[in-house]
Design a protein around this ligand. Structure first.
Ligand SMILES: Cc1ncc(COP(=O)(O)O)c(C=O)c1O
Length: 369
């Protein structure tokens, strides 16, 4: 065994080789003619796909004899890198935007990272991380080449599976994970359709795609309830557009309300609890007019990380929270709500007959509550 594979063995926390599971109930509910699958990236050790790229970056830091690493993060990268830095006995500084869910901060804190909170959005954290990396001579980690190489494994695992895959749906923040998946497939000469999802209000690539523009125009003050993809100036934006166009894919915008409904819908129909960014892929399924293909949704992060609408045990009467009134990141740990009451079966039935979108596709009545 060479030095590098020995180091990888020592860094290993059990990342990768995540399950690929069939979404039988969703297929039925959507009258899907092909097969729907989920790549369960939330089952990685720190609860997101970031662990794959973190191993690659920590390995690089060790090779370059760095004493520490620094990164900007919307939360999951901080949680992941700090865990692998602890495993490698490296120091770790994470720069986070205001509004990062507490649950993700806790993961970084418990593993000993130093947190630098910025009174701004993710894009301003990137500049600060670059500055700190220079000052301390730490390795600058983030959505750069090394991480993308680590995350290609998702595409490689999918390409090697026996499942026939025509396309995949992936949430897009910086665009790194979606591009990495496409690159992973490409190493096997496979080019499944890449369908990217962004939150409305933080969707510069959707706008560029719709207007066939390149380069895209960044959004200065991005706003989506899915904090993990609240990025206005995606680092891999142009490469994302390249892969989307090359694979004849598309970019889809989803609202806060749709994301939160889909999060609950996936949990109630399939028993899978993911964070809002991952749930955005389910909204995209509802919006696709072509329902005969075999698709994989990339479920990037665990629901226990935040974005949970907690039940207000103090409330006697059920009430709804309007997600539009919530600020990204804040709702997960501070706002409480109750599950709306179920409609009677006959009421649901009649609603189902009238719920059709503008293309005439049927939408299950219990999707948007
Ligand atoms: C759970 C989750 N999903 C999706 C994304 C978006 O990934 P990318 O920035 O690589 O496009 C992130 C990024 O932090 C994430 O944490």
């Amino acid at each position: 065994m060479n030095d590098q594979s020995e180091t990888i063995k020592q860094l290993n926390l059990g990342q990768g080789n995540t399950p690929l599971i069939r979404l039988y109930n969703l297929e039925k509910k959507l009258s899907w003619k092909g097969q729907l699958w989920a790549k369960c990236e939330y089952q990685n050790p720190t609860g997101s796909f970031k662990d794959r790229g973190s191993v690659a970056e920590i390995l690089k830091a060790l090779k370059e004899n760095k004493k520490g690493i620094v990164c900007a993060s919307t939360g999951n990268m901080a949680a992941s890198l700090s865990a692998y830095a602890a495993r490698a006995s490296l120091r770790c500084i994470v720069v986070l935007p205001k509004g990062t869910p507490n649950s993700k901060l806790q993961q970084a804190i418990i593993t000993g990272a130093k947190l630098v909170a910025i009174n701004g959005n993710y894009d301003s954290c990137v500049g600060k991380a670059e500055e700190l990396a220079k000052e301390k001579n730490y390795l600058l980690c983030g959505d750069y080449e090394t991480r993308r190489i680590g995350q290609r494994m998702i595409g490689e695992e999918l390409a090697q599976s026996k499942v026939k895959i025509d396309g995949f749906i992936c949430p897009v923040g910086n665009g790194t994970v979606g591009c990495a998946i496409s690159e992973g497939f490409a190493t096997y000469k496979k080019y499944p359709t890449f369908i990217g999802v962004q939150g409305k209000g933080a969707d510069p690539l959707v706008q560029a795609f719709n207007k066939t523009l390149s380069p895209f125009t960044p959004i200065r003050n991005p706003q989506t309830v899915a904090s993990a993809m609240n990025v206005g100036n995606p680092l891999d934006g142009e490469i994302t557009l390249y892969w989307i166009r090359k694979t004849k894919g598309q970019m889809i915008s989803v609202t806060d309300k749709e994301i939160l409904s889909a999060q609950k819908y996936l949990a109630t129909t399939e028993g899978i609890f993911v964070e809002p960014a991952a749930a955005a892929t389910i909204v995209a399924l509802f919006k696709l007019s072509q329902r005969t293909t075999n698709l994989v949704v990339i479920l990037t992060g665990h629901g226990l990380k935040g974005g949970v609408l907690r039940m207000a045990i103090q409330d006697k009467q059920p009430r709804r929270v309007d997600p539009k009134g919530l600020r990204p990141g804040e709702f997960g740990d501070t706002i409480s709500t109750q599950i709306p009451q179920r409609r009677r079966p006959e009421e649901r039935q009649s609603k189902q007959q009238v719920l059709r979108d503008k293309f005439g596709r049927e939408i299950p009545a219990d999707f948007i509550r």
